[in-house]
Design a protein around this ligand. Structure first.
Ligand SMILES: Cc1ncc(COP(=O)(O)O)c(C=O)c1O
Length: 366
């Protein structure tokens, strides 16, 4: 079976974990944690990193540090992983969904304004499947309406908007290092920011709200959202390879696009977009199955499974699922979700495997 995603781990990760274990610092103190925080923050062009136990709690930590609370509303794309909205709900605030942009699949800035109310406090743009959001337009709305921005960059380490890396546009940006992400720590996450006070507040909230100068004195109710030194040990080795991984991801995307472009020309599929202002990092290379392909998206996925190829559907729009249901219609996200399929996208994928996958897709079309 060719997996949809698998981590690319080697000797460097192992050496660092051995070092962490031998040092005895296996919980959330130890040298790898600040090193990993500094390296990711610097890579993204920001000053501070606050590592967390996963990407979902990174989002919650960011929202909590920014003071988002019950009665507030936060704008999120409907086409995203549920964690984006769940983190908002954990604070007691309400996620307000916005449709996707047909060209880049991310939140559509044109639709954001309609979703704003006097209760709106923040926007969470999600750089979906590695494609950056149209940040200038989002920042413009946020400035005019005095809204906070939390970038959800869980799927987009190293993606660029107009030559600048994602993670540096918002008040805070959040990353995930789950095993299928571009770089991984097994489970893991991080908030990055340029704001010293926010970084300090996130560190306190991450550690039960404990006063850093006065141990066991709690000034606020916090959480245990800490990353372990063993996770960070893997992260330090992974971040050294991030640019190499992105190069490979972009190469894989190039192979897919080259081999499927004839199907696109015939109107049978649409290929993963990359707009002129974007450097997409193709966390998951994806295609949209068109009506005249001959098989439905689900039929294609089932047939590929039989051929030893693992795939995933694009996310279901959140506004359609029971815990988030709003009764509204978001045609672009619904269309993308019904047609989209993520293809195997691991850094380890070979040209021969992409050839095998694309040959199967070409043969399965009617
Ligand atoms: C867009 C998005 N946000 C948040 C998360 C949550 O990250 P984690 O799985 O590390 O909690 C994920 C991924 O899993 C994601 O894809």
């Amino acid at each position: 079976m060719i997996p949809i995603a698998e981590p690319a781990l080697s000797q460097e990760e192992l050496n660092n974990v051995i070092e962490a274990v031998k040092s005895g610092w296996i919980s959330s103190k130890g040298k790898f944690i600040p090193e990993f925080e500094e390296k990711l923050a610097a890579y993204c062009g920001t000053k501070y990193g606050v590592a967390t136990s996963n990407g979902t709690v990174a989002l919650h930590l960011a929202l909590a540090a920014l003071g988002i609370k019950a009665g507030d509303e936060v704008v999120v794309p409907t086409l995203t992983f549920a964690a984006t909205a769940n983190a908002v709900i954990y604070t007691g605030a309400k996620p307000v969904f916005v449709d996707a942009h047909p060209e880049n699949w991310c939140i559509n800035p044109e639709k954001i304004e309609e979703a704003l109310t006097p209760r709106t406090k923040a926007i969470i743009p999600v750089h979906l499947y590695g494609h950056p959001c149209d940040m200038e337009r989002i920042i413009d709305i946020a400035k005019r309406r005095s809204l906070l921005i939390i970038e959800d960059a869980a799927e987009a380490h190293g993606a660029e908007y107009k030559g600048r890396r994602v993670g540096s546009f918002g008040d805070i940006a959040c990353f995930s290092f789950y095993g299928n992400k571009i770089i991984t720590t097994g489970e893991g996450g991080m908030c990055i920011t340029n704001d010293e006070e926010l970084a300090a507040k996130m560190r306190v909230l991450r550690d039960h709200g404990m006063n850093p100068q006065r141990r066991y004195w709690h000034d606020m109710v916090g959480f245990n959202y800490r990353m372990t030194n063993m996770q960070a040990a893997i992260g330090v080795a992974q971040i050294e390879k991030l640019e190499k991984f992105i190069e490979k991801k972009r190469k894989i995307a190039g192979w897919y696009s080259e081999r499927l472009k004839e199907l696109e020309r015939k109107g049978l599929v649409k290929l993963h977009p990359e707009l002129p202002w974007a450097r997409c990092v193709y966390w998951m290379y994806s295609i949209l199955i068109q009506d005249n392909f001959g098989l439905s998206r689900n039929e294609l996925m089932n047939r590929l499974q039989l051929e030893g190829i693992e795939t995933r559907p694009l996310f279901f729009p959140l506004h359609l699922m029971p815990p988030y249901k709003r009764g509204d219609k978001m045609t672009v996200a619904e269309e993308l979700s019904g047609r989209g399929v993520n293809l195997p996208s691991s850094v380890n994928l070979t040209a021969e495997q992409v050839e095998y996958i694309t040959d199967r897709i070409v043969r399965l079309k009617s």
